[in-house]
Ligand binder design. Structure first.
Ligand SMILES: [Zn+2]
Length: 308
């Protein structure tokens, strides 16, 4: 089984509210040829250049992951990138009419559905991946990210918010079907005590119970529909990590351990992992590094409209 690059079968459009601005955002996903990567381009800013979804282009990690220079930057990429990475789609352009991607339901589920609705097209070109060669660990103020060499991608995450969410640990062995059923539906979450502060700071103006889980004291869930999983919050940490490491531009194969991770530590970890000589090796032999167990919808090549 070989691992081939993927793009979309056709353009597809979606609209939604930006989490931090509270404003409506229109967005179009455009297929790209092999070896293009994932690009973001502001369509509301005249002559804004496309920005490659790469860890080298990360400009902020405050509450969400942002790439590009002020004025042309694009924020809140991580749930979309987790969906694209989870489905193995690595060539497309995201044209967005605003500074952030829509939050949708706060999970990667609507993004996964959108990508699958457009159709996933397998290209001839082999895919590449990073294989972890040596253990690497980054610790900061009680937070930790660690990776060890392994034949497959797995992520174990732990969170602990005393008084709100008691310690939760979850292990996730990557497969496309497990990603779709176990991780991608997990919504973003915040603590009730932080909601007021975010509003004062004019952050999360588009946030509400329809796009985030809000946790009160002693784990009380404010959303009337409750949780999608008893450990939805720790699953979302795995989702965020998958989105953040997608900025490596190729899957990173190893056994990861996360303790109280967040966007800032995720990006620092990724930069150091990729930039420290000898820690990873880029393998572009097209050997399938991920279990190929997820059958994506059959596609008609005749209907493919490739962008140039
Ligand atoms: Zn998130």
């Amino acid at each position: 089984m070989h691992f081939h690059q993927k793009t979309l079968s056709r353009k597809i459009q979606i609209s939604g509210i930006g989490l931090h601005s509270g404003k409506a955002v229109d967005l179009v996903l455009v297929p790209l040829p092999a070896d293009s990567g994932i690009w973001f381009q502001r369509k509301d800013v005249p002559k804004a250049a496309p920005i490659l979804a790469s860890s080298a282009n990360v400009s902020s990690t405050v509450l969400a992951t942002t790439i590009g220079n002020p004025g042309e930057s694009v924020s809140t990429l991580e749930h979309f990138l987790a969906a694209a990475g989870g489905l193995g789609v690595s060539n497309l352009k995201v044209e967005v009419r605003g500074p952030e991607l829509p939050i949708l339901d706060g999970s990667a589920l609507p993004w996964t559905s959108l990508l699958r609705k457009a159709g996933i097209r397998t290209l001839r070109a082999p895919g590449s991946c990073y294989r972890v060669k040596k253990p690497f660990r980054l610790e900061d103020d009680g937070r930790l990210i660690e990776v060890r060499p392994a034949a497959a991608l797995s992520i174990e995450a732990t969170i602990d918010f005393p008084g709100y969410i008691s310690s939760q640990t979850r292990s996730f062995a990557f497969s496309r079907s497990a990603f779709v059923s176990e991780i991608c539906p997990a919504r973003t979450f915040c603590l009730e005590k932080d909601v007021e502060k975010m509003r004062r700071d004019k952050l999360a103006l588009g946030g509400g119970l329809d796009n985030a889980v809000v946790i009160g004291e002693n784990g009380r869930v404010l959303n009337p529909e409750g949780l999608r999983f008893p450990d939805e919050c720790v699953r979302h940490k795995i989702l965020d990590f998958m989105g953040d490491i997608a900025l490596a531009q190729a899957p990173v194969i190893g056994r990861f351990t996360l303790v109280k991770s967040g966007h800032a530590l995720n990006q620092r970890f990724l930069r150091e992992l990729l930039n420290t000589p000898g820690l990873v090796e880029l393998a572009s032999d097209g050997r399938e590094p991920l279990p190929p167990d997820f059958s994506l919808p059959a596609l008609s090549v005749a209907s493919v409209a490739m962008a140039t």
